[in-house]
Design a protein around this ligand. Structure first.
Ligand code: UFG
Length: 325
């Protein structure tokens, strides 16, 4: 298939591109390189420097006629979205509406979308399945939920078929070591641990150790980016072959606490990784763990690289490789 990957120079996008290429699809990347990296582009692919806020850029891209597109272009810092909702409204909502309009105008009606576990908010039960109530706790999660609703309307009204993939905590790097472009100013746990392990920061903070969990720190479902990438390709094949939309959770179904992650990183990197326990970070639920049964049932997908060792080891290797250059 001829696939346009919007946000394909980013962290998750580049892994999706690699997987699409491996499965024989022809890929063109559309990215404004604001957070995406040139080094994440593959020279075998076409790439378009364009902005989702500029409808003309999108029209030009979609006029090249694609069978389907993947949309991963978004801001994703939940904490920041509570302080700067405008930024998230414009980029995530307006940008996506531009994409939806341009796509249907150019008759490109299969879409794979990066949604998030942030659509659920504080869990009412665990593990979280697709039917769990959706009450986002941050504005970022709200934008993802609204986009899911826009896609459902465009399905009804315009025949758009979409896959909404609700990622839990994306982590890890390409185990083959081809992709190692680091995110700029990361706020997520594993990159912060790695910055300490690689001497880029002296120590880290663990936000809260008084949660109702086995060791008092928050539990998350970390899912390897290569597993996420394979789910995108399977989802694309599903919606195009069945001509049917799909919304699924993507997680490893395993909970890892912050302390467990830091301890495992200490063992793997051999670095002491000094960490201070500090106040809770507002908006952090104690535990988030996915049920990924539906993804298994519909897509024959199961996380394969999402064990804690592979997550840490692949990330550590990417950091070392990147910093050596
Ligand atoms: N944490 C620390 N110290 C840090 C960074 C994080 O203790 O320096 C803790 C957090 O408090 C949290 C856990 O590590 O308990 C994971 O935090 P992240 O910031 O890595 O991830 P979040 O769970 O907050 O959110 C991530 C994505 C969201 C997505 C969500 C879905 O960033 O976009 O997973 O589960 F919506």
């Amino acid at each position: 298939m001829k696939v346009l990957v919007i946000g394909g120079a980013g962290y998750i996008g580049s892994h999706v591109v690699k997987e699409l290429m491996a499965k024989g699809h022809s890929v063109t990347v559309f990215d404004n390189l604001s957070s995406g990296l040139k080094q994440n582009l593959f020279k075998e692919n076409g790439s378009i420097k364009g902005d989702i806020l500029n409808k003309k850029d999108l029209d030009k891209a979609f006029s090249k006629k694609f069978d389907a597109f993947v949309h991963l272009a978004a801001f994703k810092a939940a904490g920041e979205s509570m302080i700067k909702p405008e930024k998230y409204s414009v980029n995530n909502i307006t940008g996506t509406l531009n994409i939806l309009n341009s796509a249907v105008e150019h008759d490109c009606k299969y879409m794979v979308f990066s949604s998030s576990a942030a659509v659920f908010g504080e869990p009412e039960y665990l593990p979280i399945d697709e039917n769990h109530p959706k009450k986002p706790e941050n504005y970022y999660g709200f934008t993802k939920l609204k986009i899911e609703e826009f896609m459902a309307w465009y399905d009804k009204l315009k025949g758009l078929k979409f896959a909404a993939l609700r990622y839990f905590n994306a982590a890890g790097y390409d185990p083959e070591g081809v992709l190692y472009g680091l995110e700029q100013n990361p706020a997520n746990l594993l990159p912060i641990i790695m910055e300490v392990a690689c001497g880029m920061r002296e120590k880290m903070k663990i936000f809260g150790n008084d949660y109702d969990t086995r060791d008092g720190t928050c539990i998350r479902d970390y899912v390897h980016v290569t597993d996420l990438a394979s789910a995108h390709v399977k989802a694309l094949e599903y919606i195009t072959s069945k001509n049917e939309s799909l919304t699924v959770n993507l997680g490893s179904e395993t909970g890892t606490s912050v302390t467990e992650m830091v301890d495992a990183a200490r063992k793997i990197t051999g670095h002491a990784i000094p960490a201070d326990y500090v106040e809770r970070r507002p908006g952090d639920p104690a535990t988030l763990v996915a049920s990924a049964k539906l993804a298994e049932e519909k897509l024959n997908w199961k996380a394969q690289y999402s064990d804690i060792n592979t997550l840490i080891d692949s990330t550590y290797k990417a950091y070392k490789k990147f910093l050596k250059k």
